[in-house]
Design a protein around this ligand. Structure first.
Ligand code: 8Y4
Length: 279
């Protein structure tokens, strides 16, 4: 997949490392600390083998507050500028706001990761104009209330239909299909059962004909199943990432880069031995 001047081979799964630049992920929230911490986290994730760094300035956790355009710009733009200056890596901007997409790509971001699938005002136009790949994610409801009463007749079918519709809308707006990535949106308006129904059938999303991203890292689908706090979910994180990779995920979005890179290597070698003599 081509990202302006950068290219990523998606024939084996790639690891996207999560970089949070929301003040709630910091002890003090000061601008200097946020930038310094962001650089340190990025250097570590790259050393551990991350292929993409996903930078987000809006918390989409259930119950989180809305963030203004200016607040989001102030959080993410200095970090994107600093990372693109100091590191040779692919930067993803996690945003739903058109203005943030445009400014982030100008600052060096090469992928737009939008949990609202370009449905906010001006976002579709901003993404088409930016000429960088986009990740279109499914969500039922709005972040503040999405976990209150998620409902589906058939979650996989409904998520597939939504993603297919968003792909069509993007193509009709002038985007190349080669620039589209999709994501079923684990934890975004889904119960524990819905999340595991999607993971169990993850290979189905490949039918959309575009790369698929999986983001399950540290989410409550792991915590609630295993009864583990955030810091005790590593084995669960690696297990779900491994399954997604084996079921064809092209990109895996995680906090624990080192462990996920190891898991992907295991998946890669067994697939290399399978393809020579398919049984
Ligand atoms: C602990 C840690 C508990 C993190 C919850 C969370 C996705 C995403 C998010 C995803 C794509 C999150 C920005 C939610 N999740 N983008 N973003 N796919 N494409 N929660 O699944 O990590 S934020």
């Amino acid at each position: 997949m081509q990202f302006k001047d950068k290219c990523l081979d998606l024939s084996t799964p790639k690891v996207m490392g999560i970089l949070n630049v929301t003040p709630d992920s910091f002890s003090d929230g000061g601008a200097f600390n946020m930038l310094e911490n962001g650089m340190t986290q990025t250097a570590l994730m790259l050393k551990e083998g991350a292929d993409i760094i996903d930078i987000g300035g809006e918390s989409t956790r259930p119950g989180a507050q809305d963030v203004s355009v200016q607040q989001e710009l102030d959080r993410v733009i200095p970090v994107i500028e600093a990372i693109s200056q100091r590191f040779d890596t692919l930067i993803s901007i996690d945003t739903s706001k058109a203005q943030v997409m445009t400014a982030a790509v100008d600052a060096g971001a090469r992928l737009i990761n939008d949990v609202r699938a370009l449905q906010e005002t001006g976002a579709l136009e901003a993404a088409v104009t930016a000429k960088v790949p986009v990740c279109l994610m499914h969500m039922q409801g709005q972040p503040r209330v999405m976990q209150q009463n998620p409902h589906y007749e058939d979650v996989v079918k409904e998520v597939m239909a939504f993603l297919q519709q968003r792909i069509s809308i993007c193509i009709n707006a002038g985007m190349a299909i080669e620039q589209i990535i999709v994501d079923p949106g684990f934890g975004f308006g889904k119960s524990l059962e819905h999340n595991y129904q999607m993971l169990a059938n993850f290979e189905v999303f490949q039918q959309l004909g575009v790369p698929v991203l999986a983001g399950m890292s540290r989410k409550s689908m792991i915590g609630n199943l295993l009864q583990r706090d955030i810091g005790q979910r590593l084995a669960g994180n690696v297990a779900v990432a491994t399954i997604a990779a084996q079921k064809g995920a092209q990109i895996i979005r995680v906090h624990d880069v080192k462990e996920t890179v190891d898991a992907v290597k295991v998946v890669n070698i067994i697939n290399a031995y399978r393809s020579s003599n398919e049984r």
